[in-house]
Design a binder for this molecule. Structure first.
Ligand SMILES: NC(=O)c1ccc[n+]([C@@H]2O[C@H](COP(=O)([O-])OP(=O)(O)OC[C@H]3O[C@@H](n4cnc5c(N)ncnc54)[C@H](OP(=O)(O)O)[C@@H]3O)[C@@H](O)[C@H]2O)c1
Length: 260
């Protein structure tokens, strides 16, 4: 199926690795020009269609810098992928999670989404574009180990749904993809969520990764690959599904449906 993305332009936040990079590469492979933002830019090969910008999107000015740069490089924005999210994982129970940790999760997960959307909105509206928010099942299934992250993901999901309603009549589509466990550095890198879980359970990180489907209760018996999230994002970015807006797509191998 031709996704009609040739010649389109896109901005992907958190596009230097993981899900963001998979989406950026997918868009570029389909012929789009993409600006990727991360704190540490990973230069893309020449003529790859991907341009990297080094910017901290958790700051008040970062998202506007990204929008200005993207408009200068691309001339306009057809697709925005709000992928950045996270924050420090607290290693203390609730009463010891201080304001700084709460604000950390809100800044990177929620405020970056709001600010990047605000900064790119005029161009997205002018081009009747598509916004894709990479949320998380954590927005629905709060996790006591990641309280600020879950709450910030819920806020971002709510904001994204409201945005869809507000601009549906103007041709802007806004959808959320909510992954469960995706095979990225978030789980595999030292100091990531997988590493924290390994320390909590007292087992090696390699074991956590191997046993993740069992530990997380994923009925399909495997975690999601980055390319699966990217494939769905590409469809939502395309003009192939014009009446799909305000939707949320859970990609978790039936992990959360198995819990209800
Ligand atoms: N992996 C999963 O299992 C999973 C599950 C559910 C939801 N998600 C969501 O999916 C999204 C991507 O996750 P991932 O697993 O692909 O993460 P990842 O592999 O850790 O990649 C995160 C990306 O975001 C960038 N980033 C982080 N903080 C930033 C900041 N302040 N400003 C600009 N860029 C920043 C990182 O680059 P720098 O570090 O260089 O800035 C990197 O490019 C997140 O919203 C996450 O919550 C992931």
């Amino acid at each position: 199926m031709d996704l009609h993305l040739t010649g389109k332009t896109a901005v992907v936040t958190g596009g230097s690795r993981g899900i963001g990079l998979a989406i950026a590469r997918g868009l570029a492979d389909e012929g789009a020009r993409v600006v990727c933002a991360a704190r540490t830019a990973v230069p893309a090969p020449k003529n790859s269609g991907i341009i990297a910008l080094e910017v901290d999107l958790s700051t008040p000015e970062g998202p506007q810098q990204l929008a200005d740069y993207a408009l200068e490089q691309l001339g306009g924005i057809d697709v925005l992928v709000n992928n950045v999210g996270g924050g420090t994982i607290p290693d203390q129970p609730f009463p010891k999670i201080d304001d700084e940790l709460w604000y950390d999760a809100l800044k990177v997960t929620f405020l970056s989404t709001v600010r990047t959307t605000r900064a790119t909105l005029p161009s997205l509206l002018a081009r009747r574009g598509s916004i894709i928010h990479i949320g998380s099942v954590a927005a629905h299934t709060p996790d006591t180990g990641h309280m600020p992250y879950s709450a910030a993901k819920s806020a971002a999901r709510n904001f994204t749904a409201a945005l869809a309603k507000q601009y549906a009549g103007q041709g802007l589509r806004v959808n959320t993809i909510a992954p469960g466990v995706v095979n990225t550095g978030l789980w595999t890198s030292p100091d990531g969520a997988g590493d924290k879980l390994a320390k909590d359970l007292g087992i090696p990180l390699a074991e956590i990764i191997k046993e993740m489907p069992k530990l997380a209760g994923i009925p399909t018996g495997r975690v999601t690959e980055q390319g699966e999230v990217a494939a769905l994002a590409l469809l939502l970015a395309s003009d192939r599904v014009p009446n799909v807006t305000g939707a949320e797509f859970i990609v978790d191998g039936a992990m959360t449906s198995a819990r209800t």
